[in-house]
Design a protein around this ligand. Structure first.
Ligand SMILES: O=C(O)CCC(=O)C(=O)O
Ligand SMILES: [Fe+2]
Length: 364
């Protein structure tokens, strides 16, 4: 690993530069650096309407203070799509409890599974929504927000392809047409905790292509691991998204785009930390090993200059290269939410947990 490319802060990129023919080369060059050497970036001047973000943020405390019974009514275990509510402490990372409470939502989608189709087609389908009467207008604003982040994520993926010299459509083979795609998002609460652990979520990599994270309260806590293994703070910067690379994009770019380990520490002080990650999916049928991308020697040289990063203390993914992405995802979801797996995917559940499972999931 080369010290000279290591980072001590997450870079901020101005998205508006990408819309101007004169400034675009500068943007692509900054993007290339961030993708290869950091794996994380802040995006400012992005096209998601600030009024919608502010409205969404104002709903989040109301969502978590819904009566427990209203939250439990939309528990994830009801949903074969793994969408819905998870109580505080329901997930583990590396064997330790993640001290967070969350709702898994997703972009609008009609489940396409029918008799005879692969089981992983069931993974995508409509979210469970809290009772509209209890939180009027929430669904509409979240849907409007997710539509915009989805558009941004697709444009961003095209910019990544350009930054790597593949041309603007260089990554389109990994996606289906928009009506066949669904992307996921969570709304997460990290409460102030009093015990000895400060694990909000333990060190992990994201699995997919791209994550767009909205830090929805003014708390530090998110940290990313640099090439030397140090934890670097990624504090909230107003009006930005934090964008990071997942393992699947790292794999198809032959390690050029870097998936970076990250974690969240529980908040200090008196108020909870809130965040809204958006996970961009690729097509359910895509097998990563079927798509070999060709990069120029110049781009590969930038990767080699960075070097390969030594194993970090994150748990690794390894199945994503062999199976269709939907199946890889489904296996990951059954592992992290075994109660949902046992109810809706009993055969797969028994393959993964032959002795049954009594306890909590392992998120990563
Ligand atoms: O809440 C955050 O800031 C990050 C969450 C995260 O990394 C994840 O859920 O994958
Ligand atoms: Fe993450």
């Amino acid at each position: 690993m080369s010290q000279e490319v290591d980072f001590s802060a997450v870079p901020v990129l101005d998205y508006s530069l990408s819309n101007d023919a004169n400034d675009k080369p500068k943007f692509l060059s900054q993007l290339r650096h961030a993708l290869i050497n950091v794996g994380f970036l802040y995006l400012s001047n992005h096209p998601v309407a600030q009024a919608d973000i502010d409205l969404l943020v104002s709903y989040i405390p109301k969502l978590f203070t819904l009566p427990q019974e209203a939250k439990d009514k939309i528990r994830m275990v009801n949903s074969e799509h793994f969408l819905g509510y998870s109580r505080f402490g329901a997930e583990l990372t590396k064997g330790a409890v993640d001290q967070r409470e969350q709702f898994d939502f997703a972009t609008r989608h009609i489940c396409r599974w029918k008799e005879g189709d692969p089981e992983h087609y069931k993974l995508w389908g409509p979210p469970q929504w809290p009772d509209e009467k209890l939180i009027p207008g929430f669904r509409e604003v979240l849907e409007r927000y997710l539509d915009q982040v989805q558009d941004l994520s697709m444009r961003f993926s095209s910019l990544i392809a350009e930054a790597f010299g593949l041309g603007p459509d260089g990554l389109s083979q990994f996606y289906d047409t928009p009506e066949l795609m669904q992307h996921r998002s969570k709304i997460v609460k990290y409460p102030v905790v009093s015990g000895s652990s400060d694990q909000g979520v333990g060190p992990h990599y994201d699995a997919g292509f791209l994550t767009f994270l909205l830090q929805a309260s003014n708390h530090r806590g998110l940290q990313v691991q640099n090439l030397s293994g140090e934890w670097i703070d990624a504090p909230p910067i107003p009006n930005t998204f934090v964008v990071n690379i997942g393992k699947a994009l790292e794999f198809v770019t032959k390690g050029i785009a870097r998936a970076t380990s990250h974690r969240v520490l529980s908040p200090k002080g008196e108020t909870p930390r809130y965040s809204v990650p958006f996970f961009q999916n690729i097509g359910l049928d895509v097998r990563l090993t079927d798509h070999v991308l060709n990069f120029s020697p110049e781009i590969l040289a930038l990767r080699d200059k960075r070097g390969y990063v030594a194993a970090t203390d994150s748990v690794n993914f390894s199945e994503f290269d062999r199976e269709p992405s939907g199946k890889v995802n489904l296996i990951g979801r059954v592992k992290s939410h075994p109660d949902v797996g046992e109810r809706h995917y009993p055969k797969l559940f028994r393959q993964i947990f032959p002795d049954g499972f009594s306890g909590k999931g392992s998120a990563y």
